[in-house]
Every structure is written in C-alpha cells, then in structure tokens.
Design a protein around this ligand. Structure first.
Ligand code: ACO
Length: 324
C-alpha cells in the first residue's frame, strides 16, 4: 500500500491586520454584514512582503517543525494564483531562497483547491517512487488582485502562506477525489495582466474582470452541493464512514458553507475547525494554515484519519483522506 506522512507544518502570515470596521471608511458595508454572511472578522494583508517572502517563511517553518533541512526536499510544489511573476514559477524562486538545492519545483493553479491539488500531486509522485519527500505550499497575496472598492469581494479575502513537509510512508494510505466543472467558469475569474498585442482579435472572448470577480451565490451553491458529494466519494473509496474521520479541514471561504457540509454529513461542528474569522479566505493558503494551527495546538491525534476538502475558481473541487 502506498502512502505519505505529513511530518511537519508551517505558516507565515503578514503583520498588517484589517478589521471589518476599517472597511467602513471607504465602502458601504458593516461588521454585522460581513460577520453574519461569512464569519470573517479580520484578515491580514501584505505591506512590504512578497509572495516569495511568505512562501519561503512557511516552508522554513514546516521544515523546522519536521526536523528537516532544505537539502532533504526532493520536490517543491506551490499552489497559488497570486505569484510574484508569470515566469519563473514562485516555486523556483522559493527553492533558491530557502536553499532546497536537491529539489525540483513548480506551481499549480488550482485556486482555492490549489494546496489540495499540490498535495495530491506530491503524493502521486511519491507513490510512483520518483521522489521520497516533498514540501507542499499554499500561498496567496490576494490583496494585489482584488478591487478594494468592490464590497462584494474585497471584504472576503486575505493574504498568507501555509506549508507541509511530507515523506513516503507505506503505513499511511492516501485517498483522493478531484473534479473540475468548467461550464460556467466565468462566475469566479480574474484576467491575466497583459500588454496590447497589435495582432490580437478578442471580440468573441468572454468579458473578464481585471480584478477578482465573483458571483458569490453561484459559487456558494456549487460549494454546498459539490463538497459533500466529493467527501462522500472519497470516504467510499477508503471504505470509511463520516464518523471515522477525526477532523475535517475544509477550505475557509464562509462558515455557513462549512456548517452546511457538517449538517449534510451528520457530523458535529467540533470536528470542523475554522479560522476564517482571523484570516478571511486565503484561497490556497487557507487549508495549510489551518492545518498548521491545529497541529501546533495538539489537536491532531497520531494514527487518526483526517479529511481535507476544497473548492474554487474553475470551478474545481477535491477531497483527500490521509492518516495523521
Ligand atoms: N457589505 C454590505 N452589503 C453587501 C456586501 C458588503 N460587503 N457585499 C454585498 N452586499 C449586498 C449585495 O449588494 C446584496 O444587496 P442587494 O440585495 O441590495 O442586491 C446583498 O448584500 C446580498 O448579497 P449576496 O451576494 O446575495 O449575499 P450572500 O448572502 O450570497 O453572501 C457571499 C455573499 C458571502 C459572497 C456568499 O455568497 C459566499 O460566501 N459565496 C461563496 C464564496 C466562496 O466560497 N468563494 C470561494 C472561492 S474563492 C476563490 O477561489 C479565490
């Protein structure tokens, strides 16, 4: 049986905090609206930090937690939609910064499921025997791609990075379900930065936003219907019942989505840790940051099953079970 073990977790969060009240200085909103609709109370945003700073900080924190050095890393995969450069990948920059000289590095764009897709990819490579270890990162600097005058999106997001260090472990099976439903991908989009080409003819191209645009209701409906099915599918694959899972790490977009998933699975909210009240939706960084928090709080028990599930732009979704 193939498998992996998460041997260390880490995070790096920028210092600057924006509390809900601060938004009322420039947009028509309120702490009550944001708290009731999302559960979010505050989020962190970068001031001088780059994506490379945050991702490297999270990697070093995960390595220290695992008792490993950068030279121990065979594979470095970063899930992100807000890297510093179009090319090279953020992973290559981070590899140089932390001195992971034996690794191969690349990024994955899986939006809010980016960390999960990166973890699934790392586990799949490890299970083929190609590599023995990996650093898997979720990092976002969404503050540089949101429209700070659009109250329907800017209050939702935050910046941060989380990382895990994993190694092959045959005693810890790994199960995953992934999916994409691209039919109405426009409901959550952000155009790539581009210069005007003198040859480009774009009339038939869908109109996209220069900043993050989201039809919140559509994404909400997608999440509350797709996530429970994905979770059930991965439970079936592992021949487990919902009650066999000790902890559900879900993407931290909205506490109401998490409550709805818990209800559909018939599982108590105590099994669904939340941190969106302190960070907002950090897209691919949400799950690894939460994992790091609860790991360091001693809330994960050796040998117990945990389940991670995320969804986001694409529309994409995934659910993964592993043994802690
Ligand atoms: N403050 C006050 N009022 C607001 C705000 C705000 N910040 N934003 C919107 N409103 C208003 C709207 O204009 C609307 O007013 P109207 O009725 O007069 O038109 C009203 O509030 C209700 O708006 P809705 O969009 O219907 O509110 P809803 O209850 O759906 O909550 C939310 C919106 C929080 C975005 C919710 O739909 C949601 O969480 N959706 C899922 C988002 C998500 O999960 N994203 C994850 C993927 S992100 C990624 O991949 C990067």
């Amino acid at each position: 049986m193939n498998g992996i073990k998460i041997k260390g977790t880490g995070r790096c969060i920028p210092e600057r905090v924006i509390k809900n009240e601060e938004f009322t200085k420039w947009i028509d909103t309120s702490d009550e609206w944001i708290t009731e609709r999302t559960g979010i109370k505050e989020r962190h945003v970068v001031t001088t930090e780059t994506a490379c700073d945050l991702a490297s900080g999270a990697c070093l924190s995960a390595l220290e937690n695992a008792g490993k050095t950068p030279e121990d890393v065979d594979l470095l995969i970063i899930g992100t939609i807000s890297m510093d450069h179009v090319t090279p990948s953020l992973a290559c920059e981070v590899q140089k910064r932390i001195g992971a000289k034996n690794a191969v590095s690349f990024d994955i764009n899986g939006a809010c499921a980016g960390f999960l897709f990166a973890l699934d990819t790392a586990a799949s490579y490890i299970n083929t025997g190609c590599y023995k270890s990996a650093l898997v990162v979720g990092i976002e600097v969404l503050s540089k791609i949101v429209d700070w005058t659009d109250r329907t999106t800017c209050v939702l997001f935050g910046d941060g990075a989380g990382a895990v260090y994993v190694e092959a472990d045959e005693t810890r099976p790994f199960y995953m379900v992934q999916g994409t439903k691209p039919d109405n991908w426009e409901v959550l989009n952000c155009k790539a930065r581009e210069i005007e080409s003198p040859f480009a003819i774009r009339e038939s191209y869908p109109k996209l936003s220069d900043h993050v645009f989201m039809n919140g209701r559509e994404v909400y409906q997608f999440a509350v219907t797709t996530v429970p099915k994905a979770i059930q599918n991965v439970l079936d694959q592992a021949h487990l019942a919902p009650s066999d899972i000790s902890c559900y790490i879900l993407h931290q977009a909205n506490v109401r989505i998490i409550q709805s998933v818990a209800k559909r699975l018939g599982e108590p909210m105590e099994k669904f840790p939340v941190n969106m009240m302190r960070y907002g939706n950090m897209s691919s960084a949400s799950m690894p940051v939460l994992l790091d928090e609860i790991h360091r709080e001693g809330r994960l028990e050796e040998g117990k099953y945990i389940l991670l599930s995320g969804f986001g732009a694409g529309l994409v979704y995934g659910a993964t079970i592993l043994k802690w």
